[in-house]
Design a protein around this ligand. Structure first.
Ligand code: TRP
Length: 450
């Protein structure tokens, strides 16, 4: 027996519960908060097309690999990678560290969402200018983000099947249902057509040279990684609670589909309302907090719709942040023999502390820079620009070259139970296409910085 073998491990109780949890991890602020604005700044439909291309050629092989590595290992991300090749635990280690970095800024945004939800629910829709005012406060945002983190901690403390699975199985379907309702409403606003056009009709005039296209490619690839929770050991961890009954290739397809669907629906909800109100879609990170609240403010019963919207964003954020905590918790409890309670308390406490400078980056610490970045930007940089691509790259090498096609095939097909028809395509993508693409984007980004 391996010295890190785990005596009794929790398991997903149903296939549906697993899909909801994994898709819940994927569907998050990345879909609702980030996707509409990166799409908005990246030329609308051109971005969307490039994005979908990468979901297929990059998202599919990497997500599938993470689930396979996780199920094969039946353990946290580090141990799972080690079980494939001795000495390769670091590939999963990137993920554990990266999850902490994502958590540190994700919770700040989660706190903003909570504040906006409660403000709207109490009958007031904040003015568009309120966002910069609020986010620069010192104390109140800290309180909300801490509440957000503690809720997360409570869910993860309950365990995988009783906490994460239960919560995700309720929140994700609710989110999908309400979001479709909100999209229909948004599409019926006068002038919404412009937003749809912006979203779905390619505007090639925006691409004037190779530089612009390269920017779109880099942004789309980063978004695929972030939105699908890739390269961070999260899906390795979630995959480790699966048994051989699960059809990995099909599950991967379903998760990709749900995540992309919700990103597209979010685009069709946010952008039409922005255009209908004659506002600009290139506001950036503030799009849902300032531009969209401006939209809600002008609608009759806008506070109700606003409260509704922010509740959805909150659900989406929660089902993602719990997956980040679980990645760290599984690692701590299995490698250091911590009780689940302790293994949850440690990342929760770390998140409470690390997210303080993230929040203050928008206020008193806005001039405090490390390598020219605020704490918030630094966390984003470390996780999105460094760890995600590095983790993804190592995973491709580990699975494609060191584990090899025979082994990946066996795991993915559950030992032949589910014929893996895409085996040839998959193995080509994971061995050559994905690592090369990740490397090119990784280096092109750093070249731009020089
Ligand atoms: N995918 C989530 C989103 O779209 C964010 C997220 C959760 C994540 N877990 C992750 C991103 C792990 C990278 C790695 O908002």
């Amino acid at each position: 027996m391996n010295k890190y073998a785990v005596k009794s491990r929790d398991k997903w109780s149903t296939g549906f519960g697993f899909i909801m949890s994994a898709a819940g991890s994927a569907v998050g602020l990345g879909n609702i908060w980030k996707f509409p604005y990166v799409c908005g700044t990246g030329g609308g439909a051109v971005f969307l097309a490039v994005y979908i291309f990468f979901v297929i050629v990059l998202g599919y092989p990497i997500l599938l690999t993470e689930l396979a590595v996780g199920r094969n290992g039946g353990s946290n991300a580090v141990t799972a990678c080690e079980r494939i090749k001795k000495g390769w635990g670091f590939a999963g280690g990137f993920g554990v560290a990266g999850s902490m970095a994502v958590l540190a800024y994700y919770c700040t945004v989660g706190g903003w969402v909570m504040k906006y939800f409660f403000t709207a629910a109490s009958g007031n829709i904040p003015e568009p200018t309120y966002f910069s005012e609020y986010s620069s406060l010192t104390f109140e945002p800290l309180v909300w983000q801490t509440v957000f983190i503690l809720i997360n901690g409570m869910i993860v403390m309950l365990g995988v099947s009783k906490g994460i699975e239960k919560v995700s199985s309720v929140l994700l379907p609710l989110l999908l249902m309400f979001l479709v309702g909100l999209m229909i409403y948004s599409l019926t606003l006068e002038g919404a057509g412009e937003g749809v056009k912006f979203f779905l009709m390619p505007d090639f005039s925006r691409i004037t040279g190779f530089g612009e296209l390269a920017d779109i490619i880099v942004a789309a690839m980063g978004q695929v990684f972030f939105s699908l929770s890739l390269g961070m050991g999260t899906l390795i961890t979630y995959g480790s609670y699966l048994d051989r009954e699960a059809n990995l290739s099909r599950s991967t397809g379903v998760i990709l589909f749900i995540d992309t669907l919700i990103a597209v629906i979010s685009g069709l909800t946010v952008l039409p309302s922005v255009f209908a109100m004659g506002m600009e879609p290139d506001e950036g990170a503030g799009l849902i907090f300032s531009t969209l609240t401006g939209v809600f403010g002008r609608l009759s019963s806008g506070n109700l719709i606003g409260a509704f919207f922010f509740a959805l964003v909150l659900f989406a954020a929660l089902t993602s942040s719990i997956s980040l905590i679980e990645t760290i918790t599984a690692y701590l409890s299995e490698r250091f023999g911590m009780s689940r309670k302790k293994a949850v308390a440690v990342p929760v406490a770390a998140a409470v502390l690390l997210s303080v400078p993230a929040s203050l980056s928008y206020g008193v610490l806005s001039d405090f820079k490390i390598f020219g970045m605020t704490a918030f930007e630094l966390y984003v940089f470390i996780s999105d620009r460094i760890i995600m691509p590095l983790g993804g790259f190592c995973l491709c090498i580990l699975a494609g070259w060191l584990w090899g096609r025979e082994n990946t095939d066996r795991e993915i097909s559950s030992g032949g139970k589910y014929p893996f028809r895409l085996s040839g395509v998959y193995s080509f993508l994971i061995k050559y296409v994905s690592p090369v693409m990740i490397a090119v984007v990784f280096f092109s980004y750093f070249r731009n910085m020089l």
